[in-house]
Ligand binder design. Structure first.
Ligand code: HPA
Length: 276
């Protein structure tokens, strides 16, 4: 058996022995947005440490557990703390949680992140609906023997972020009264923030926002046939667009400041996706 599939099934077997909840949607929370789970009606939780073979996150501000419960009455699973490529995990390990959530029953993947704004019309604190992504020097999580049980060898990526879900979320934003931008997200490996020259290059490539997650997870989720949507919280203007040096503290401060609006938007979107 494929080694990554073997590891995946081992984790899944372990989860099945501990959790009975059946989520409909999987929500991944970005930097500073991790307290979304506080607004949920929690049914069960499972620490990553308690899953044999599961990659565990080290970033300050990231809790490491799956939270199972209801958001606006919809059964979901969220990851409180995600795994990043820059932490040193293999790309296949970075996407293991996404694959697990698919196996748990989630058909939809809702990705969120904190990102630097490249588009010059963006402000810190804006939300951006992700329309597409660019993966910049991040190795594909699909490299190696294909996991035929999950998807095909050469998956199509022409609509990673579902047009159907994007329409729903644009309406959710109107209902929730939360302004929503749209744009292309570019993932770098990190962990360093970008140079101004890199940001100018990414701007020319067509990126509106930059961060260190999401594209890799979306790639694996698309491979596995999930329907995907994503929202970035523009936590800062990218290097060279802002005159200030970037800090993780600034990213978290902005995310904390806009967290109430973010939660409102995400919950509305989850309810609308469920009802559509
Ligand atoms: N660059 C990369 N990742 C980020 C940024 C940024 O400016 N802000 C939040 N995550």
């Amino acid at each position: 058996m494929n080694e990554h599939y073997e590891k995946l099934m081992k984790c899944f077997d372990c989860i099945q022995k501990k959790v009975t909840f059946k989520p409909e949607l999987a929500l991944i929370l970005g930097s500073g947005l991790g307290d979304y789970a506080d607004t949920m009606e929690v049914a069960e939780t499972l620490d990553y440490h308690d899953i044999e073979g599961f990659p565990v996150s080290t970033v300050p501000g990231h809790k490491g557990r799956f939270v199972f419960g209801y958001a606006g009455g919809v059964p979901i699973v969220t990851m409180q703390g995600r795994v990043h490529y820059y932490e040193g995990y293999a790309p296949q390990d970075v996407v293991l949680p996404v694959r697990l959530m698919k196996l748990m029953g989630a058909k939809t993947l809702f990705l969120t992140n904190a990102a630097g704004g490249i588009n010059r019309s963006f402000n810190a604190g804006d939300f951006m609906l992700i329309t597409d992504h660019i993966s910049m020097a991040v190795p594909s999580p699909l490299i190696g023997d294909n996991i035929d049980e999950l998807g095909v060898r050469f998956p199509d990526m022409s609509e990673v972020y579902s047009r159907r879900l994007r329409k729903i979320i644009e309406n959710s934003a109107v209902t929730a009264g939360v302004p929503l931008r749209k744009g292309v997200y570019l993932q770098t490996t990190g962990p360093q923030y970008e140079t101004p020259a890199e940001i100018r290059a990414y701007e020319r490539l067509g990126a509106d926002a930059v961060g260190m997650s999401t594209a890799i997870e979306a790639t694996a989720a698309r491979h596995a046939g999930m329907e995907i949507c994503g929202i970035s919280c523009i936590s800062n203007l990218a290097a060279g667009i802002s005159a200030n040096p970037l800090t993780h503290a600034e990213v978290q401060e902005t995310a904390d400041r806009v967290a109430p609006l973010f939660k409102k938007l995400v919950t509305q979107a989850i309810v609308d996706i469920h009802n559509a």
